[in-house]
Design a protein around this ligand. Structure first.
Ligand code: SF4
Length: 700
């Protein structure tokens, strides 16, 4: 066995569970990954991605020097590979990037720039990124991929209870009583959390209600599986609420003491009978009644959801429907209960917490609140833009109108993650300037004018915040490849140069020596983080925010004493169908999602050993549909929507219901987002990735 020169404790860079890892390093190479048995949240458990998927760190295609496009500034731009770039020094690349950004600010104002921070980067990287964007570029146009996964959770829960983070901790899961999992293929998307859920069922007698059109592994452990038609979630959950109200199963004391607008909401439920919901959703009325009774009569009831709930043109309504159930029954504000949106990427929670959103500074402090803005103006020594910025999808629309002229993209891959990719590509081709900062050349980097090589999670210090609000350290374990630099280091170099080009005195706001100093500045400005420091994280391993003071223990579950909004609000809903529904020309529903072995746009996982296990996408189709189309597993088909088409191999399976096909979104060669619909939820501005109409034809 190879002796380790060093063993470094850090946090997994894939999903939001935030598993703790021990990286065993020999001569600068990670050769083994172990999981410490005494460390939350995973207590020795890892999934295949954390255990075997980290060799992307040493992949030969890592970016190691700054790159400048050979046809710099030529519009329309075309996607190019490495041979379309020339190598540059850091000074040349940073100077040129700063000059282009400053020129756009000078000529058109900061709002002519669109910026994407990163759910894969650290809290410190993201804090500094949004500080640069707001304080130097002068715009609030900063967003990230949370917009594309849990914006509906944010929009919905902000309106009902005032906070969108997971209300309860992972550590509570083994002791659940009754819980609902909906729109989450937990076994593949949050594998370690799913092991705790199965532990609750198998060892502790918990009862699980799965509400999902697709047969996931979790359905095998469910007491009850409600298999609704895609896009009919509001009908099912409102019918459950109808039963709870009509049968008097609601928690009267909780409603009286902690909620508002119950009477109007209860009256609005009259039309949502289980029989009506059966007609709309296909779920038997009696199953809806059983689910309602089981959840309402639980000692503690919890709800977990993923993007199957949020990625709809009415995703905010779906989340509100879940919130209404928790408020009706009082299953919130206690251990083993709660409203729990399972966050996707390793630091998507932290990126939002750190201010990577167009409407809020760190800690969800609104940019359009004059008192809050004044606090940040004092701290940063500049006047700040009072206008709420644009979301990712709004930036694409603004770019199409010529209002956004340049992009700065750190560690995101919108050319894989945007819906209706043909349209997104067309917009990208017209951009005046594109600056990308990443660890690999991916589908988005192919459009860049300048690429700045960044370090991976294993080559820098910092913090990630996992899905249950636990702030945890990452630590430098191996040296960076070539000249790659940490994101926070690149950002402050760029910030200083842009300030200089804009003729401002060099600010003292961008001369940090270590991420700990950046965290300290963010914590001082953010009430929920004020009790968290690097020293404390070193001692305790992790702390759940809110943690307002050094002697505060942190908050594993929220709302024990009240909601940020004061009283939790019931909101009456209408059932609205998806924006696009099957017809003669496009007779199937397409749903998209993840598989166990890959992550997001595949930038990392497809450069790891996981690619050997799962090298190719498939379209999952029901056996009856396959027979009708004359196709078998292994055949290729053309899948077409109104927006594009892809060629993909068939996997015949009963996992998807008749009339619905499923395609994972990790594979550029058959990108599911060529097909998806860019219609948006009006509140969350999230696209409807989960339902669009497609045709499937045998590839002859
Ligand atoms: Fe990493 Fe998530 Fe797997 Fe844990 S469950 S090892 S955090 S990918």
């Amino acid at each position: 066995m190879i002796p380790a020169d060093t063993i470094v404790r850090t946090t997994c860079p894939y999903c939001g569970v935030g598993c703790q890892l021990d990286l065993h390093v020999h001569q600068g190479v990670i050769f083994r990954v172990a999981a410490p048995f005494d460390a939350p949240p995973n207590y020795g458990r890892l999934c295949v991605k954390g255990r075997f998927g980290l060799d992307f760190v040493h992949h030969p295609s890592r970016l190691t020097v700054p790159l400048i496009r050979k046809e710099f500034g030529k519009v329309p731009r075309r996607p190019v590979g490495l041979d379309g770039f020339r190598e540059a020094t850091w000074d040349e690349a940073l100077d040129l990037a700063a000059e282009k950004l400053a020129a756009i600010v000078r000529e058109h104002g900061g709002d002519a720039l669109g910026t994407f921070c990163s759910a894969k980067a650290t809290n410190e990287d993201n804090y500094l990124f949004q500080k640069f964007v707001r304080a130097v570029l002068g715009t609030n146009n900063v967003d990230h991929c949370a917009r594309l996964c849990h914006a509906s959770s944010v929009a919905g829960l902000s309106r009902t209870i005032g906070s969108a983070a997971m209300s309860n901790s992972i550590a509570e899961i083994p002791h659940l009583d009754v819980f609902i999992v909906t729109g989450s293929n937990t076994t593949e998307t949050h594998p370690v959390i799913s092991t705790f859920m199965r532990q609750a069922i198998v060892h502790n007698g918990a009862r699980l209600i799965v509400v999902d059109p697709r047969a996931t592994e979790m359905t095998q452990f469910a007491t009850l599986w409600l298999r609704q038609k895609p896009g009919t979630d509001v009908a099912v959950f409102s019918a459950m609420a109808h039963v709870i109200v009509k049968e008097g199963l609601y928690n009267e004391a909780f409603i009286r003491e902690r909620t508002a607008d119950f009477e109007a909401y209860a009256a609005s439920l009259d039309p949502f009978t289980p029989e009506w919901a059966e007609e709309v959703s296909g779920v038997p009325a009696d199953d809806i009644r059983t689910a309602a009774r089981m959840y309402a009569s639980a000692k503690a009831g919890a709800i977990y959801w993923g993007m199957g709930i949020t990625q709809h043109s009415h995703g905010t309504d779906n989340v509100i429907a879940l919130s209404n159930l928790a408020l009706l029954t009082g299953h919130i504000g206690r251990p083993h209960t709660g409203l729990n949106p399972l966050r996707g990427q390793n630091n998507v929670q932290g990126c939002s917490d750190s201010g990577g959103l167009p409407n809020v500074f760190p800690g969800y402090q609104r940019v359009d609140d004059p008192a809050i803005r004044a606090k940040f103006e004092r701290a940063w020594g500049v006047r700040l833009n009072p206008e709420v910025g644009l979301t990712t999808m709004e930036m694409v629309e603004a770019a199409e109108r010529g209002e956004i002229r340049g992009y700065y993209i750190m560690g995101e891959n919108p050319m894989m993650s945007e819906p209706n990719l043909r349209h997104a590509r067309h917009v990208m081709e017209q951009m005046e300037f594109v600056l990308v900062q990443d660890i690999f050349l991916n589908e988005t980097g192919a459009y860049a004018d300048i690429i700045l090589p960044a370090t991976s999670f294993a080559e820098k210090d910092g913090t990630f915040t996992n899905t249950d609000r636990r702030v945890q350290r990452i630590r430098k374990a191996v040296p960076p490849p070539g000249q790659a630099r940490a994101d926070w280091d690149i950002i402050q170099e760029l910030a200083r140069r842009v300030e200089e080009k804009l003729g401002r005195a060099t600010s003292a706001g961008f001369d940090f020596q270590h991420p700990a100093e950046i965290w300290a500045e963010m914590a001082a400005l953010t009430p929920a983080f004020q009790g968290i420091s690097y020293e404390r994280l070193e001692r305790e391993g992790g702390v759940h925010w809110p943690c307002p003071s050094p002697d505060h223990p942190g908050t594993p579950y929220l709302f024990a004493d009240g909601f940020p909004k004061g009283r939790g609000r019931f909101i009456s809903l209408q059932f609205l169908p998806p924006a696009e529904w099957p017809d003669e020309n496009y007779p199937f529903i397409l749903s998209t999602g993840r598989v166990l072995y890959h992550w997001h746009g595949g930038t990392l996982s497809r450069r790891s050993r996981l690619e050997d296990i799962y090298p190719e996408p498939t379209v999952e189709i029901h056996p009856d549909d396959a027979e009708r189309l004359g196709i078998r597993s292994g055949d290729y088909v053309r899948v077409r929507s109104r927006r594009g088409e892809i060629k993909v191999r068939v996997h015949v399976s009963t996992r998807s219901p008749r009339g619905t096909v499923f395609i994972p979104f990790h594979f550029a060669e058959a990108a599911a987002n060529e097909l998806t619909n860019d219609v948006l939820d009006p509140h969350a501005k999230i696209p409807e990735y989960k339902v669009c109409a497609v045709a499937v034809e045998k590839w002859e």
